[in-house]
Design a protein around this ligand. Structure first.
Ligand SMILES: Cc1cc2nc3c(=O)[nH]c(=O)nc-3n(C[C@H](O)[C@H](O)[C@H](O)COP(=O)(O)OP(=O)(O)OC[C@H]3O[C@@H](n4cnc5c(N)ncnc54)[C@H](O)[C@@H]3O)c2cc1C
Ligand code: FES
Length: 577
């Protein structure tokens, strides 16, 4: 690794970034920029400069190579020290909702400054002054590249090293004011602490032997067992950084994958990621799945087939959509042993929230809308077998029915009544050709007005059902719905007002009306924001807002982090983009 450091380092950093963003390593998006940097460096280091050295081409070539290896290796080593020596903490990816306070606290707790070593400085000075006659002795801290003030760098990443040093006392005072440790040790002491921490992580020592490792030699069986465990240990292909659980852009393993509904859908069991034992979700919740297609990261939502009490794994069912970019790819590629990226922990639109099991309920599912409905029914079957529940399940034809066997088992066990309907005629006697209507509801569910009703279907079908159910006397408050087509954003009519959206980091501004989303404004300014659903479901686009007001805040508290995909300006806005 060290021998290839100048060319390998950009790829190393690219790999860190793509871990954070949950991308694949072998993709154009991940590799393009490191490849460009490594190639530019190689041309400069191994072609241009040696050629300019004329007759000293070979020594220049060798010196450039060794200088590069030494420089990059020492930078990587110093950065490792600054994040792993002593009692420094490591944190899982905090995700987009981390507040600025939490962010800055994390930087203090995870970073160390070192105090430079006079012996090393004097050594460097001796070598340099032999080569160069300095009029003024330079500040030898330049050789640490600003890494000696790493805490300040994390607090103010845009400051150059000399400015970082100027503010170091003020930053130390801030840490003291907030009761945070300002980690700073002598360089050699930091190296010792780092080696101790790394050795502790990589040798088979337990707490009992810590500080007295030779004791282990007196326990050969224990030593052999630990070594065998170490040899057999296989890290995940995308091992979470030093074994910390992740909650955002997490790669999860496919445990099993089965084709259902005559190949029209795939039922996939996903392993709950490590550290997710306490993550809970209600029936009707969904996960956001991220897939890379070329340079684009596409995020789609998939409902979980059960609530968190229902299974140790996470199960989703993905129906093929004609021309769909993600559903077909997942159907074609998700197989046992593969991995898929989840954007975050399960969430819910709240549309189908069923906190307590109702005494009498009616479920209506249109096609793939059965998936969240199925998880509600499973909950009823598990928690209240005496509950009176009816399911009306509509499909295009009898080959599209999902979960049929499982629904039959639930019906046998818990008494949930299931009625199947199809658009096309079917030879089966348990399937009726028909579409949702008031007549159909009255025939199959005479007491529909008494029932808490849950429906998941395309929006047009939900609109019809709402009308029909109102016709049979159902109180609208008892009608709970969700559609897989995210709701359209309500955009106000143009009242002539214009707002300036400023993007502070990019130093760009655009003017927009009150009907243009901030995501669209960023697009106009040529700024790329990671997105997923573009309808306030996945939180992929959460962005810090520095000033201004959006329509999201009109009725509630001011927000300092907003989903730009559904935010409209009500005043001039400044974003941290
Ligand atoms: C809360 C929620 C839960 C969900 N749960 C599930 C679930 O459990 N199971 C499930 O299967 N799905 C579920 N979905 C739907 C899922 O998220 C995807 O929308 C679905 O899989 C289609 O994605 P896709 O990428 O394959 O299709 P897309 O590529 O998004 O295309 C969707 C449709 O638009 C058409 N289209 C795409 N681009 C264009 C274009 N440029 N011009 C014209 N037409 C175009 C396509 O032909 C296709 O018909 C859920 C959605 C939500 C919001
Ligand atoms: S893109 Fe999903 S919340 Fe904005």
């Amino acid at each position: 690794m060290a021998a290839t450091a100048p060319q390998a380092a950009p790829f190393f950093l690219g790999n860190v970034t793509r871990h954070v963003e949950g991308r694949r390593f072998f993709s154009r998006h991940t590799l393009r920029s490191p490849a460009r940097i490594a190639a530019r460096d190689a041309v400069q280091r191994y072609v241009r400069e040696p050629r300019a050295a004329g007759s000293k081409l070979l020594p220049a070539l060798l010196a450039n190579y060794l200088g590069g290896v030494a420089g990059y290796t020492s930078v990587l080593f110093l950065v490792a020290i600054e994040h792993h020596a002593g009692e420094l903490e490591m944190f899982p990816d905090p995700g987009p909702d981390e507040t600025p306070d939490q962010y800055y606290t994390r930087q203090f707790r995870a970073t160390r400054n070192f105090v430079r070593c006079p012996k090393i400085d004097n050594f460097l000075e001796r070598i340099l002054t032999e080569e160069v006659a300095f009029e003024n002795r330079p500040d030898f801290r330049i050789f640490y590249g600003g890494l000696d003030t790493h805490i300040e760098h994390h607090m103010f990443p845009d400051l150059p090293p000399n400015r970082q040093r100027e503010i170091a006392q003020a930053v130390r005072a801030i840490a003291a004011r907030h009761g945070l440790s300002y980690h700073e040790t002598l360089l050699l002491e930091s190296i010792r602490m780092f080696l101790k921490a790394v050795t502790g992580l990589s040798t088979p020592l337990g707490e009992r032997e810590f500080g007295r490792p030779l004791r282990l030699l007196a326990q050969p069986i224990s030593l052999a067992r630990r070594l065998a465990f170490g040899v057999a240990y296989k890290s995940l292909p995308d091992a979470p950084y030093l074994d910390k659980p992740g909650f955002h852009n997490v790669r999860v393993k496919v445990l099993s994958s089965n084709s259902v509904a005559n190949g029209q859908a795939r039922w996939v069991r996903l392993q709950k990621p490590r550290g997710w034992d306490d993550v809970r979700w209600d029936a009707g919740a969904f996960v956001s799945v991220r897939v890379e297609v070329g340079d684009e990261a596409l995020v789609r939502q998939y409902s979980l087939v059960h609530d968190s009490d229902g299974s140790d794994a996470m199960e989703i069912c993905i129906k093929r959509v004609a021309g769909g970019r993600v559903s077909n790819r997942l159907n074609d590629t998700l197989r046992a042993g593969k991995y898929v990226t989840l954007v975050g922990v399960p969430a819910s639109t709240g549309g189908l929230a069923m906190t307590t099991v109702p005494r009498k309920s009616l479920f209506i599912a249109g096609g793939v809308g059965i998936i969240p409905i199925f998880s509600l029914i499973r909950k009823i079957a598990r928690e209240a077998t005496d509950s009176d529940a009816v399911l009306l399940y509509f499909n295009r034809d009898d080959r599209s029915i999902i979960f049929e066997r499982e629904l039959r088992e639930i019906a046998d066990r818990s008494g949930v009544r299931v009625h199947y309907f199809t658009d096309k005629p079917s030879d089966r006697r348990d399937i009726t050709q028909g579409q949702l209507s008031q007549i159909l509801i009255k025939r199959y569910v005479r007491d529909a007005s008494d029932r808490e009703t849950y429906m998941c279907a395309p929006p047009a079908m939900i609109d019809l059902a709402e009308r029909d159910l109102r016709g049979v006397g159902l109180d609208p408050a008892q009608f709970h719905t969700e559609s897989f087509t995210p709701p359209n954003l309500t955009r106000p009519a143009d009242d002539g007002r214009r707002y300036t959206v400023r993007f502070r980091r990019s130093d760009r501004s655009v003017e927009i009306d009150g009907a243009t989303t901030l995501l669209e404004a960023a697009g106009r300014a040529g700024i790329r924001v990671p997105t997923g659903c573009e309808r306030d479901l996945c939180r992929a686009c959460v962005t810090p807002k520095l000033s201004g007001t959006t329509q999201l805040e009109a009725a509630g508290a001011p927000l300092d982090r907003i989903t730009v995909c559904n935010s409209l300006a009500c005043a001039d806005i400044e974003l941290d983009l």
